[in-house]
Write a protein that binds this ligand. Sequence first.
Ligand SMILES: Cc1cc2nc3c(=O)[nH]c(=O)nc-3n(C[C@H](O)[C@H](O)[C@H](O)COP(=O)(O)OP(=O)(O)OC[C@H]3O[C@@H](n4cnc5c(N)ncnc54)[C@H](O)[C@@H]3O)c2cc1C
Length: 707
Amino acid sequence: MVVAGKALRQPARAHLSNRSDNKVTVSIIAFQAGYSGGRGFTSRQRDPLPQDTSSDKPGAHHLAHRRAQPPHHKARCRLKPPTRRRGATFGFMLYFAFQFSILITMTDALDAATILNFDPDALRAKYRRERDKRIRVDGNQQYLGIEGDFSNYIDDPYAETLESRTALTDAVDVVIIGGGFGGLISGARLKEAGIKSVRIIEKGSDFGGTWYWNRYPGAACDTESYVYLPLCDELGIVPTEKYAQGPEIFAHSQNIARHYDLYQNACLQTQVTGMHWDENLRRWQIETDRGDAMRARFVIMSNGPLNRPKLPGIPGIEQFKGHTFHTSRWDYDYTGGTSNGDLEHLRDQRVGIIGTGASAVQCIPHLGAAAKALYVFQRTPSSIDVRANRPTDPDWERTLTKGWQKARMENFNALTSGRIVEEDLVMDGWTEIIRNLISMANYRGKGIDPAEIPGLMELADFQKMQQIRARVDDLVDDPITAEALKPYYRQFCKRPCFHDSYLQTFNRASVNLIDTQGQGVAGMTETGVVALGKTYDLDCVIFATGFEVGTEYTRRAGYDLTGTEGLTLSKKWAQGVRTLHGLHSRGFPNVFFMSTAQSGFTTSFPHAMDESAQHMTYIIDRCLSEGIADIQPSQAAEDAWVAEIVQLSRISESFQAECTPGYYNNEGQPNPRSSQNSSYGKGPIPFFSRMKAWREEGSMVGLDCRS
Ligand SMILES: Cc1cc2nc3c(=O)[nH]c(=O)nc-3n(C[C@H](O)[C@H](O)[C@H](O)COP(=O)(O)OP(=O)(O)OC[C@H]3O[C@@H](n4cnc5c(N)ncnc54)[C@H](O)[C@@H]3O)c2cc1C
């Protein structure tokens, strides 16, 4: 255990140089990198979460000109035999071989500084030891469901009053569940297509989703805001900073809703509690906690990938007499201050924070600056790279012309999903890892056998993580604390973090890193938190423990669906997600899932969601204009898609198995269900192309349609 004593600074490790002047870059596959706080922290569980059925990892698709639609074929949906695909792994190897060979012919200088200054075998062994320390038999069941005594952790602390309204029994064309970016983009694309009868149902009291709920101090996007904030071009705005702060992103959500007139007809402060298919009416009936029983022809489920906070199942958690809350429901009444910090009520408080994931990394600098004493309970350190935020350059802004955002999104997506592009427009920590691969290739200066690619990618990853670890030594004074803050796993095993003052916070005398050496905290008492045999007395404990990911989809959504012949979604997906394209599931006509399970995945989520939104809009538009009453995937098409997803998931199987436990690899327990629930294994660009080709073909292959 490290309680940060302040000792002499250790000399910085030698840095590995990364050539960043290349105009041509290549990237590794973007292994699913989602957002969460810390992980679980106990060896016993109480009220364990039901096991995984659907991994709703953040999703993917690609931009297509939605109004540039293909001619509508007269033929209604028909089923074609599924296309035979070539072996995924082989295709993947060839793909990288191709990328590298182009790269090597286009880059000339050998970069001698890329000579390895580490022993790959020793690092590999170290990574395994660190992973093994964290493997637990209880996997996802280590977390507590937030219900019963804990349900106050998901109450809405931001809505001052519940506005009264009469229960609705009306009918609309499209109901969208969820008012986050996914719901907003869907609403926007539908409105652009001239589909006006749209209703968004959202349990928060305003739009924003993630950015409505997560208002902790320091909250900001981690992917570049020019890429991340959706519909900037359409709204004619440019974010004010390279990485916008939470309040700006929240306000942007409201601007989208106003721009597309989505407040009109919306049901805010309304939680969907269930929905069932009425076969006579061919409509969905949607029930809510406001007594509504409204009908909709189509339903888009955009409940969010990280919507349901989770708590570690720490023994004694209910005994603690001090104050507690979850980062996604920040209690400013207790802490004082604002999203900019200055948490003045904490000046005489001993504060503990459990978890060191993305949310914790952003709020810990503010807690460290304010609290009398801060105790950071760590199971696994995050990888913390340079953020280098800066205000938007007005000169650059003036150069932007229509279409700038689409071009930038595509550039970023290409770089983070394995494509060579002429230029790196974003030039940040996400795209920088790619330069390690370039350095590697430059150093070798010759063609690469496809069989060598995984090994080279691993070396580039080692190199990048060496750089991340060297940065810890540079910034953290105490060598023991520094060592405890170093991540020993491959970069995309966990969502990488970017921050310029997180690590330095541990140089404050009042800030203590409690490194539990992979074990997590052992318990809570009336007065504090127990870790590695010692009790830390605290006034307040903040749970930065992230969100449910591997639990049942319907549990995370907060409602079940009853489709044709009484089939419920929870039953159908009990052994894993079953869809066509991640969007449709047989037995649930006219329902669209905005999810990454069995769909594409992009590092910047809204990109994928926009692709999905455009695809759904295309289908809904076709149905409305051609008198198609309902659509659902044929059994054969769905079965073929599921089989393909499972087969492709083998691409990342060994990578996932080697990773430190987390929600990407089902808490260190990858299994057939988590493979089935994964996203499209060839990456987002092939997935988007496939969806585009499907639209262009025009016959809605694989969907059964009824008029
Ligand atoms: C702190 C944080 C930072 C992040 N930063 C980034 C980033 O930099 N880049 C990135 O790409 N991604 C980031 N993400 C991921 C982020 O979740 C997505 O980018 C995106 O905002 C998800 O949008 P969504 O609409 O799918 O889901 P959400 O934003 O979660 O919206 C879903 C909405 O559905 C509502 N809802 C759920 N169930 C019901 C129900 N039964 N009835 C009514 N309403 C319901 C919820 O209240 C919620 O508002 C971050 C996530 C977090 C938590």
